[in-house]
Design a protein around this ligand. Structure first.
Ligand SMILES: [Zn+2]
Length: 269
């Protein structure tokens, strides 16, 4: 029968996503759970929200691994008077542990943006958009190539088909007939990488959570073209990658990727 201690599972996760590589403002690692807990089933999800906890309960998960932290800025209370406190109660009462790999998963190799790059159809070698000074193969974002030159419109359609449907839709900024082949991607909010994408000389940068003025000014200045594919949709492909890494690490657990859509937006019209 499947089973490992939570400590064993965390060791495997931290080998793939070293916590020391997380940003200083981040909050990664074990949120709740007894290290001696026996883990048989691990659910991977983007967000630690009530719908994901319900899914974990229904499936009988012992551990939820999420990309986003529950408490990014700390807290003085986990009373069940707030949604987050309620979630902590649900998890502890049902012996479900919660573990987060966030910016340490973004910069890993393979990490969040590798899975995104493959999902939107990039082939060949991928290099970080913003590599670490001490490691050229790890860092934020990825740059890679399409198998052939295509129009921006064609690439947008290909990206939309390769990603889970973003409730808010996938938005494109730039001339749809513009040819593209070199592509940068970054899962989640990629505002801070706009200048880096331009300096990298890519044809298009695909990320999420972009805003009107930065996008307008960027495209007016000649680009690259931009695609906002939605926060949840751009990070979701990583779940399968992380689940596969854990499943093949030798630890005897069953893994599942959450299909619950936890994007902040419910629907676009
Ligand atoms: Zn994110």
């Amino acid at each position: 029968m499947a089973g490992a201690t939570l400590t064993d599972v965390i060791k495997k996760l931290e080998a793939a996503y070293p916590p020391a590589r997380a940003e200083s403002w981040d909050a990664v690692g074990l949120v709740c759970g007894d290290p001696a807990l026996t883990v048989r089933r691990v659910l991977f999800a983007v967000d630690p929200v009530a719908a994901v906890a319900d899914e974990a309960l229904d499936w009988g998960a012992d551990l939820i691994v999420t990309h986003h932290p529950l408490y990014l800025r700390g807290t003085t209370s986990v009373a069940a008077t707030t949604p987050k406190g309620r979630l902590v109660h649900t998890l502890i009462k049902n012996d479900i542990a919660l573990y987060t790999a966030h910016t340490n998963a973004d910069v890993a190799n393979p990490g969040v943006s590798d899975a995104l790059a493959r999902a939107v159809g990039l082939v060949g070698d991928l290099v970080p958009l913003r590599p670490f000074d001490d490691d050229p193969w790890r860092g934020l974002g990825r740059v890679g190539d399409l198998p052939r030159r295509m129009t921006l419109g064609e690439f947008a359609e290909q990206a939309a088909a390769g990603l889970p449907r973003a409730p808010g839709g996938l938005r494109v900024a730039g001339d749809l007939s513009r040819p593209v082949s070199r592509v940068a991607v970054s899962g989640g909010a990629g505002d801070s990488l706009l200048g880096t994408a331009r300096a990298a000389g890519v044809d298009v940068f695909l990320t999420a959570d972009l805003r009107h003025h930065p996008v307008s000014e960027f495209v007016e200045a000649g680009g690259p073209a931009l695609i906002d594919a939605g926060h949840w949709a751009t990070e979701w492909p990583w779940l399968d990658s992380a689940a596969s890494i854990l499943a093949s690490s030798g630890v005897n657990v069953e893994t599942r990727v959450s299909a619950t859509v936890t994007d902040a937006w419910t629907r676009g019209y």
